[in-house]
Design a binder for this molecule. Structure first.
Ligand code: BGC
Length: 289
């Protein structure tokens, strides 16, 4: 029940379209679609009742040396304003290398934009009791998407060089976060990943020196949103009574670029009938040796 009231997307599958769609509308094949506007005049994370609020059906899976669970949800035609009935499955598998692999599959009966993302928050030190600003992070990206004051991409790709977004070499997450407070409260930006393709490749690595814990994120997606928990304000209380405060957790959300339906120059996020949407993300935990 608390998850249904929660607006922070804790551990959620975000969809039908993760991140923002400007003005809550887009045009596809000559038709204009109006989506729920749940962040000012914009559409965020699939709307007022996005996939994070859906009740999914789950079944256990066992294959080789992996165990997991597959969730299924059928999003009706017109849900939150999107065209077509979308049949979605999300499989979570644990492997022996400490990896949690998430595989997304979807099919549709009408062309629709699809962008499914995983929205877990991480704190490698304290489960959320302390800030993550001393975690060191490396992101496999040379460019990021320029955004306006609402977090909507302008369409421009900019080099990270010389900006607070430069994590091409490992740096403390908080090294220049103060420069971003006025605009977005911290990190809330999409990185253009260097490589992508059939198999998940490394997108980011985060380490915590005190505990030696390490998180690697691998994906097939073109973008990676770094969100530093800017809007956590202490009102959410999680496990062991820990209240989640600003910058006490980070998200690394592998996804298509925000507002893709309004940017023909971005990699397409349209799923056509007869096609299968397929993306994967792996969160692999380990220790620094
Ligand atoms: C977005 C933030 C948003 C947060 C909600 C992130 O994916 O980029 O802007 O506030 O999700 O928890």
């Amino acid at each position: 029940e608390p998850y249904l009231d929660c607006g922070a997307y804790l551990g959620a599958t975000v969809g039908r379209f993760a991140n923002r769609i400007s003005g809550g509308r887009f045009t596809l094949k000559g038709d204009t679609y109006h989506l729920t506007r749940n962040e000012g005049r914009h559409h965020l994370h699939g709307g007022g009742r996005g996939f994070d609020k859906a009740v999914w059906r789950g079944e256990a899976i066992e294959a080789g040396n992996q165990v997991g669970v597959r969730f299924h949800y059928c999003s009706p035609d017109g849900e939150e304003g999107y065209p077509g009935e979308l049949d979605v499955s999300v499989s979570y598998r644990l492997d022996r290398s400490g990896g949690l692999r998430i595989d997304y599959r979807a099919t549709t009966d009408r062309a629709t934009p699809v962008n499914l993302a995983h929205h877990s928050y991480f704190n490698l030190n304290s489960g959320g009791a302390t800030s993550v600003l001393s975690h060191r992070i490396r992101i496999e990206a040379d460019h990021y998407l320029v955004i306006d004051q609402d977090g909507i991409p302008t369409g421009e790709l900019c080099t990270v060089e010389g900006t607070p977004l430069d994590f091409r070499s490992p740096r403390a997450l908080g090294y220049r976060i103060d420069d971003l407070v006025a605009a977005r409260g911290g990190y809330d930006h999409t990185y253009v990943l260097r490589s992508r393709g059939g198999e998940p490749t490394l997108a980011a690595q985060v380490t915590d020196a005190e505990t030696g814990r390490r998180l690697e994120v691998l994906t097939t997606q073109p973008g990676l949103q770094l969100y530093s928990g800017n809007f956590l304000d202490g009102s959410l209380v999680g496990r062991e009574g820990i209240a989640y405060h600003r910058w006490h957790a980070f998200c690394l959300e592998a996804q298509h670029f925000p507002d893709t339906p309004n940017h023909p120059s971005f990699p397409s996020a349209v799923l056509e009938p007869g096609e299968v949407y397929a993306h994967s993300v792996i969160y692999r935990l380990g220790v620094q040796t």
